[in-house]
Design a binder for this molecule. Sequence first.
Ligand SMILES: Nc1ncnc2c1ncn2[C@@H]1O[C@H](COP(=O)(O)OP(=O)(O)O)[C@@H](O)[C@H]1O
Ligand SMILES: [Mg+2]
Length: 258
Amino acid sequence: MRELALRVDEIVSSDADAADRQTLPLLPLKVCGLTFRAGGRTLIDNLDLALGMHGITMMLGPNGAGKSLLLRLLHGLIAPSSGEISWNGVPLGHSVQERQALVFQKPVLLRRSVGENLDFALRLMGQSSQQRRDELLNRVGLLRLARQPARLLSGGEQQRLALARALAADPQVLLLDEPTASLDPASVQMIEGIVQDASRQGMRIVFVTHDIGQARRLADDVVFMHRGRVAEHAPSKDFFQSPASEAARDFLAGRIVL
Ligand SMILES: Nc1ncnc2c1ncn2[C@@H]1O[C@H](COP(=O)(O)OP(=O)(O)O)[C@@H](O)[C@H]1O
Ligand SMILES: [Mg+2]
């Protein structure tokens, strides 16, 4: 009897841990002195960044500035050479990945049907249900294509499926790396709408783009990256009206930024 009581205790406490993990807020994010070196080059250079609780952060900057690397570092896909990343005061660790999702520029899908791609993701999270799957497919406008092989989708449709898969995890933070680059305008509009809806429902968004118009449409704040650093971080209105850094001024004026 005594042994049984102990076991029940253990089960209750492990449930409580799981519940804590889910409800514990990830934000705010703090990055201090983050550095990433590879191939003899310093690609992320002593970078500092703080992100608050709410809104859509648009990340801009010339090609090669380190935007994709920064997202990978924030997601814990690569390890920094030095520096600190902490989510809500807790150093970056595996549990963070369960509560944030990263969408890449080129979606990576399974060679299965559209619906099965989502089923697979939901199963991994132990949340498999047809209702949830259909709700997600509907949210990204792909319900009628559920049975089609994913590889036959257009680029825009594939990216919407990747987005649905990311949303399936109901992440607190959604990291997007140029998700609409080279997509048709209708898909761009749809993806922007999905991201705005997710933001309104409280999901924190960090969205890398090279499209200044897109940044203007979506941003609450702008992080401008240049040469592996944050050259500027400002509320959207301030950034677009009077960028403080020369690199951002050049970028917004369409000049080449090296
Ligand atoms: N694993 C890596 N090893 C060496 N160099 C890399 C690696 N990943 C990216 N780079 C280089 O780091 C720089 C920044 O890359 P990236 O973050 O992709 O820039 P952005 O997304 O801003 O265009 C580029 O010069 C790129 O070639
Ligand atoms: Mg990139």
